[in-house]
Design a protein around this ligand. Structure first.
Ligand code: FES
Ligand code: FES
Length: 157
């Protein structure tokens, strides 16, 4: 039996009917067409599905849509400025060549923003440790770490 949930997604208040077993990632991708949030494993390991729930990074394949009721969800589509300019962390990934195929990138960016905002990860080792829940099959992580450093500095400027 479906139930109605009300929540905010990327600053917009929504009320939708969802099945009790529907994952948050499927709700975002299928019901709201926010396909920037990716599915890489569905088992909570890869981090491709990372979004923010009330400003903190969570893996949206690990959460039911009904559990997001009453909360604020932010996806990669919601972090750029209204004029379309990239978030400082997005810009840093672009400028530092922190992506290749881009599949992991939305989750990496969302985790990195959380990392800079809520955790002190100011060395390469700490950044690598903190991002160990986000897998990248392409880059070897070196430029991702550089991007997180640069993005963090830009966010604090
Ligand atoms: S799809 Fe959610 S962690 Fe991989
Ligand atoms: S850029 Fe391809 S998986 Fe990370």
């Amino acid at each position: 039996m479906s139930s109605q949930i009300s929540l905010r997604v990327n600053g917009v208040a929504l009320t939708r009917s969802v099945e009790p077993t529907q994952l948050l990632v499927d709700f975002l991708r299928q019901d709201l067409a926010l396909t920037g949030t990716h599915v890489g494993c569905d088992t909570g390991q890869c981090g491709a599905c990372t979004v923010h729930l009330d400003g903190h990074a969570i893996k949206s394949c690990n959460m039911l849509a009904v559990q997001a009721a009453g909360h604020e969800v932010t996806t990669i589509e919601g972090i750029a400025s209204k004029d379309g300019s990239l978030h400082p962390m997005q810009l840093a990934f672009k400028q530092c060549h922190g992506l290749q195929c881009g599949f992991c990138t939305p989750g990496m960016v969302m985790s990195s923003i959380d990392l800079v905002t809520h955790h002190k990860a100011d060395t390469e080792t700490k950044i690598r440790d903190s991002l160990d829940g986000n897998f990248c099959r392409c880059t070897g992580y070196h430029n991702i770490v550089k991007a997180v450093v640069a993005g963090g500095q830009a966010m604090k400027a």
